[in-house]
Ligand binder design. Structure first.
Ligand code: GLU
Length: 483
C-alpha cells in the first residue's frame, strides 16, 4: 500500500432503493479509507437519465446518515472537488472528451442509429465496425458544420493486451482486440458511465476504486482512459456478488424473491442499522486476528483491512441477521429499546395492558421489532382455549386439578389491591403453601388461564401484571366457566 492519503468513494446511481449489496460496497469503501485515516466521498451517478428514480438520492443520503457512514465530500456537505452530482458536471466531461479527441485517443462518430442497427445480428447483438474511426479532418469538419449529430468514441488499441492487478481478484488481462470503441459522450451531450466515472475519479483524487465485480472485466477500458490522459491509474478493489438462497436451496444473486433486500425494508422490519452493518461487514470480509463477530462501525474502522476480503460470493442469511439483531436488541439500554418498542405496543394493545411491563418481558425475547406483533396476539385478544394446555407432567396438573386451583385462587386474587408481580407472587406462593400444593402447579394453572396459550413471554404473575387486575380476573373466570 502506498503512503499517500487513501481516498475512496461510493458512487451509486439513484435508480431505486438502497440494495444491501450496494450498502456493503459503500461500507467496504468507507472502511478502506477510514481504517487508514483517509477520505470517503459520495458521488451521485445520474447520467443515465432514463433509469433515474425520484427520491433515490435522498434514500442514499439518508441511509449513509442512519448507518453512521459520514462522507467527507459529497452532495450537501460539499468539498473541494464538487459538484458531486454528475448531471451538474456535464461541461467537465465535454472538456475532457475534447482533450482525448485532440490527442487522438477519441473520435467523433456520425453513424446514424439505423446504420448501427443494421450491424446487429438476428439476436440484436452487434458491435461497432469502427466506421468513423479514421474519418479525415475535412470530413469531420464538414459533418460538424452541417450539424450532423455525433457521439464521441474511445479509440481502443487494435492489438496487444491491457491488464491491471485487482486487490481481490488478482491480475485481470484482456486482449485489446476484444474491446469496442465505446461511446464516451452520447448524442444528447450526456457522458456514459464508462467515461465520466473515470474523469471524476481522477479529478476527485480517488486512489482506490471499490465496487461490485460486474465492472471487473470492463476496467481495462477504464485503465486505457487513464493511460490516454497520462494519469496514474487508481487501485482497484472489486467485490464478489452478494447471493441469496431460495426455499429450494438454490443460490443466485440476492434479489427480492429472497426477501427484503433494501436497507429500508430491513429497517422497517425492525432490524437495527448497527446489526445490519455488523452482519453485512462479514459478508465477504473477515477479520484477520480475531474470532470476534461483534463489531460496531468504530470497531470495524480499527480492524478492517483489504487482506480480509474474499473473492468467493457470500450468501445473505436472514436467520443469521436475525441472530445478530436479537443480540443487538438485548444489548440496547431500556431507554433505547422502549423508544422503539413502545410505539408498536401502544398501537396494538388494548388500554388496560401495562405496555411498559409487556415491553420489558419482550426485550430479550424478540429478534426483530416486527416480532412484537407476532408475540402479543394473546394479549390483544382472548384466544380460543385448548384444555390440554392445563396438562403438565412436571407439575402434575390436569384440567380438573387446574379448575379447582383457579376456583380457590380467585378470591385470593380479588382481594389484592397492589396488583404487581411481587405481591401476586408472594400471595400465590403463600396460597400454595397453605393448601399444600406445588407453587409450580398453581402458577401453571393461572398462566394458562390468563394467557390461553402454551408458550408465553413471562410467568403467571408477570402476565397478570401485564393484563391488570380486571382483565386477569375476567380471564380466570372465563377459564373456570369453560372448564
Ligand atoms: N454508478 C455505478 C453503479 O451504481 C458505480 C460503479 C462504480 O462504483 O464505479 O453501479
Amino acid at each position: 500500500m502506498t503512503n499517500k492519503t487513501i481516498v475512496t468513494r461510493f458512487a451509486p446511481s439513484p435508480t431505486g432503493f438502497m440494495h444491501i449489496g450496494n450498502l456493503r460496497t459503500a461500507l467496504y469503501a468507507y472502511l478502506l479509507s477510514k481504517s487508514q485515516g483517509g477520505k470517503f466521498l459520495l458521488r451521485i451517478e445520474d447520467t443515465d437519465q432514463v433509469r433515474l428514480v425520484e427520491g433515490a438520492t435522498d434514500v442514499i443520503i439518508k441511509t449513509l446518515e442512519m448507518t453512521g457512514m459520514d462522507y467527507d465530500e459529497g452532495p450537501i456537505v460539499g468539498g473541494d472537488h464538487g459538484p458531486y452530482i454528475q448531471s451538474e458536471r456535464l461541461p467537465i466531461y465535454k472538456e475532457y472528451a475534447q482533450k482525448l479527441v485532440e490527442s487522438g485517443h477519441a473520435y467523433y462518430c456520425f453513424c446514424t442509429s439505423e446504420r448501427l442497427e443494421s450491424l446487429k445480428d438476428e439476436n440484436g447483438i452487434g458491435g461497432y465496425d469502427n466506421h468513423c474511426r479514421d474519418l479525415s479532418k475535412e470530413e469531420i469538419e464538414e459533418n460538424l458544420a452541417k450539424g450532423i449529430p455525433y457521439v464521441i468514441r474511445q479509440k481502443m488499441p487494435l492489438s496487444g493486451a491491457t491488464s491491471y492487478v485487482d486487490h481481490v481478484y488478482g491480475e485481470v488481462s484482456i486482449d485489446n482486440a476484444e474491446l469496442r470503441d465505446q461511446i464516451m459522450i452520447k448524442a444528447d451531450g450526456y457522458p456514459t458511465y464508462n467515461f465520466c466515472h473515470v474523469v471524476d475519479d481522477y479529478l476527485m483524487g480517488v486512489t482506490h476504486v471499490v465496487r461490485g465485480n460486474e465492472y471487473l472485466t470492463s476496467t481495462p477500458k477504464y485503465c486505457l482512459l487513464y493511460d490516454a490522459f497520462g494519469w496514474e491509474r487508481p487501485e482497484y478493489v472489486h467485490l464478489p456478488l452478494l447471493m441469496g438462497k431460495d426455499a429450494e436451496g438454490n443460490i443466485s444473486k440476492l434479489s427480492k424473491r429472497h426477501g427484503a433486500v433494501s436497507f429500508q425494508d430491513l429497517v422497517d422490519k425492525g432490524y437495527l442499522p448497527e446489526a445490519i452493518i455488523n452482519y453485512i461487514a462479514l459478508l465477504g470480509w473477515s477479520p484477520k486476528e480475531t474470532n470476534e463477530e461483534f463489531f460496531s462501525l468504530d470497531d470495524l474502522k480499527k480492524v478492517f483491512s483489504m487482506e480480509g476480503l474474499s473473492k468467493s460470493p457470500a450468501v445473505f442469511d436472514y436467520e443469521k441477521l436475525r441472530w445478530f439483531n436479537s443480540e443487538y436488541i438485548k444489548k440496547m439500554s431500556d431507554e433505547d429499546y422502549e423508544e422503539k418498542a413502545m410505539p408498536i405496543l401502544a398501537e396494538l394493545c388494548p388500554d388496560y395492558v401495562n405496555t411498559k411491563k409487556l415491553g420489558a418481558l419482550l426485550h430479550t425475547r424478540i429478534a426483530a421489532f416486527s416480532d412484537i406483533r407476532d408475540q402479543i396476539g394473546f394479549v390483544i385478544e382472548r384466544l380460543p382455549m385448548k384444555d390440554d394446555l392445563y396438562t403438565n407432567k412436571k407439575n402434575k396438573t390436569t384440567p380438573e386439578i387446574c379448575k379447582v386451583i383457579l376456583e380457590e385462587t380467585l378470591p385470593v386474587l380479588e382481594e389484592i389491591d397492589n396488583w404487581c408481580n411481587d405481591v401476586l407472587f408472594e400471595k400465590l406462593k403463600a396460597f400454595a403453601e397453605n393448601t399444600e400444593r406445588k407453587a409450580g402447579a398453581v402458577m401453571w394453572a393461572i398462566r394458562v388461564a390468563v394467557a390461553r396459550q402454551g408458550i408465553t413471554p413471562g410467568g403467571a404473575t408477570e402476565l397478570m401484571e401485564v393484563f391488570g387486575k380486571c382483565e386477569s380476573i375476567a380471564r380466570i373466570k372465563l377459564a373456570i366457566e369453560e372448564l
